[in-house]
Design a protein around this ligand. Structure first.
Ligand SMILES: Cc1cc2nc3c(=O)[nH]c(=O)nc-3n(C[C@H](O)[C@H](O)[C@H](O)COP(=O)(O)OP(=O)(O)OC[C@H]3O[C@@H](n4cnc5c(N)ncnc54)[C@H](O)[C@@H]3O)c2cc1C
Length: 254
């Protein structure tokens, strides 16, 4: 069944800094709260900066009761820098929801995020309604500020930092085998740097635990037309991250 998508002007309700160079953008868009599922993304048009292309951002929170959606973004270039200047009351045009989201069949889900890949897992944790555990990794304590956001939605939150300033010292992949052994998770859901997700998949595969990965690629249209996000798949085929993904079963793409 084709999912519904629309381009709509959405009023900005708040746009505030929550971490180093990281912002939370909250918009009013009841349509996206009704149609969006975890893992899907929105193509945001940032007007007035001469930017031709929309910028893709994952849906990180969606509340149908209030019609509000939140996205988290890191300032990396001119689009995200311009977005950070936008104020409540202004509008952004949002095209979405786009792509295929996570398959939610799991009894003991473990969500594993690294860097900005942690953001879309928040929506997933909320949909699992207290059933999911979360493992998040960052370089230092400042990068894992997300734990407070996850606490109401997650069963447990495990943290690793490269420098040991919060949680266990090391990468998420160092802690994962112990967690799999101890908690018997039945599906892993991961979003973050490719290198992290590949290693997670290797560990999951050895432990015979299925794993879904959310890929991030440069994309222009987000609608499957421009092919700029096409990737090679494990079976020798090609897939479009924007339309066939961004969520895939790990064995399809790694
Ligand atoms: C499906 C999807 C979901 C995403 N969700 C989020 C999210 O929730 N939060 C978030 O902060 N970011 C997210 N991103 C990345 C985000 O779209 C880019 O950071 C943003 O478009 C950069 O725009 P810009 O104009 O600020 O930077 P630009 O000026 O366009 O680029 C600045 C730098 O960032 C790099 N860059 C731009 N886009 C990407 C990309 N897609 N992948 C890797 N590097 C890129 C460029 O190569 C360049 O080095 C997502 C990307 C995709 C494909």
């Amino acid at each position: 069944m084709a999912l519904r998508k629309k381009a709509l002007d959405a009023a900005i309700l708040s746009n505030r800094r929550v971490g180093t160079e990281i912002y939370r953008l909250e918009i009013n868009c009841p349509f996206l709260t009704q149609e969006g599922v975890p893992g899907q993304f929105i193509q945001v048009r940032i007007d007035g900066m001469g930017l031709l292309l929309r910028r893709p951002l994952g849906i990180a929170e969606a509340y149908s009761a209030t019609g509000t959606v939140a996205m988290y973004y890191r300032i990396v270039g001119k689009g995200t820098a311009a977005l950070a200047e936008m104020k409540p009351g202004q509008t952004v045009n949002c095209l979405g929801p786009l792509g295929k989201g996570f398959s939610l069949q799991a009894e003991r889900p473990l969500l594993i995020g690294g860097g900005m890949g942690i953001a879309p897992l928040l929506f997933l944790a909320q949909r699992f309604q207290g059933k999911a555990a979360v493992l998040m990794g960052g370089r230092n304590k400042a990068e894992v500020f997300w734990s407070d956001f996850f606490a109401p939605a997650a069963k447990e939150v495990f943290i690793t930092t490269d420098d040991g300033s919060a949680g266990e010292k090391g990468f998420t992949t160092a802690l994962l085998p112990t967690l799999l052994e101890k908690y018997r998770f039945d599906v892993l859901f991961t979003c973050g740097p490719d290198i992290m997700m590949r290693k997670i998949w290797e560990i999951a595969d050895k432990a015979d635990v299925p794993c879904q990965v959310s890929l991030e690629r440069h994309m222009a249209c987000g609608l499957g037309a421009c092919l700029s996000c096409a990737i090679d798949t494990a079976d020798g085929g090609r897939k479009k991250v924007c339309q066939d993904g961004p969520v895939f079963w790990a064995q399809e793409v790694f």
